[in-house]
Design a protein around this ligand. Structure first.
Ligand SMILES: [Zn+2]
Length: 333
């Protein structure tokens, strides 16, 4: 018995060491994996670029906005801006990103995923007193033709579908024709198709975004925030709108509306243009079908439920004031 037990003890001692070693190595791998995931998660913000509170914009209540919209546009007291659409490029992206295809209305309409035709825009706002602004940035030739030079890594290029961009009027062209300095850029959000015109825009032009846009955490930003950081490099801190409804110039001519959901700081803009009120929804609604049927975007949104609520809020605003023309994020009015 003693021999057997000695032999047994003698055999098991060396075989336990490799098991211990395997357990220790496994533990080290698990800890390293957790550390890597934690590091990755800590880097998933939309951008690491600094932010500050916007000095522009006076918060007003929804009631005040409603009263303004109901009031007759009386010559002197109402300031109208010029608003032009810069159609920067035609593009194709999956419909499942643009629309929630699981929505009952999308299902009953028989919508199926396919490459959908869209456009990329910027909007030129010309205020009679405060000058020229862009809402979003269009597409710069440099971004479309040489994405690597503006921080898009080679592996990301096909994921973004940059090669499918068919340029119409670049941001460079627009600025050359404008021949006046831009006073600022009001962004609807920080997704790359909305800041792809930045390489054409002088680095000292102030940029405005919705509150919480830069700091939003979403796993897909791990792929894009390096490019976003590069596009914003050397620029002043992003100026974040403070409030739900902001009278941008304090004269009732332009409003920033916080519509979180597509991204945390998504912002729609309501403009009193010389041709009447125009609501620029940004990507709170990408398509005309989505607006007409009140169906929120699909996989491109980081928080679909919040996006649905924001879209509903804009829908109610447009219903109360049917004179408002609605320009969705990626299709013509
Ligand atoms: Zn977009």
């Amino acid at each position: 018995m003693s021999l057997i037990s000695k032999t047994g003890a003698g055999q098991s001692a060396p075989s336990k060491r490799p098991i211990k070693k395997i357990i220790l190595i496994s533990l080290a791998i698990i800890i390293a994996l957790f550390a890597a995931i934690a590091l990755w998660l800590s880097q998933t913000v939309a951008t690491h670029h600094p932010t500050e509170a916007s000095p522009l914009g006076r918060e007003i209540s929804q009631r005040t906005l409603d009263q303004l919209l109901k009031a007759e546009q009386t010559g002197e007291s109402a300031v109208a801006t010029k608003l032009d659409t810069l159609v920067a490029a035609d593009w194709q992206v999956p419909l499942s990103g643009l629309l929630n295809l699981q929505h009952p209305k999308a299902k009953s309409a028989g919508l199926e995923d396919h490459e959908a035709e869209i456009q990329v825009y910027a909007f030129h706002l010309q205020h009679p007193k405060y000058g020229d602004f862009l809402i979003d940035t269009g597409v710069s030739t440099r971004f479309a033709k040489d994405p690597k030079s503006v921080g898009v890594p080679g592996w990301l290029e096909p994921q973004l579908g940059i090669e499918k961009l068919k340029m119409r009027r670049s941001t460079e062209q627009f600025l050359t024709e404008l021949q006046r300095p831009l006073k600022g850029v009001f962004l609807t959000h920080l997704h790359l198709d909305h800041i792809s015109g930045l390489p054409a825009i002088p680095t000292d032009v102030p940029l405005y975004t919705g509150k919480g846009e830069a700091a939003e955490e979403y796993f897909l930003y791990a792929a894009t925030n390096g490019t976003t950081d590069t596009l914003l490099d050397q620029r002043p801190a992003l100026r974040e709108w403070q409030g739900k409804i902001l009278d941008i110039f304090g004269d009732g001519s332009a409003f920033a509306l916080h519509t979180p959901g597509h991204t945390a700081g998504s912002t729609a803009y309501l403009i009193r243009s010389e041709f009447g009120w125009v609501l620029l929804t940004g990507d709170t609604c990408h398509t005309n079908w989505g607006w007409q049927h009140n169906v929120e975007p699909g996989q491109f949104s980081s928080n679909q439920e919040a996006n649905r609520e924001s879209l509903e809020w804009l829908q109610q605003l447009a219903k109360r004031h049917p004179q408002i023309k609605v320009q969705v994020g990626h299709q013509p009015l």
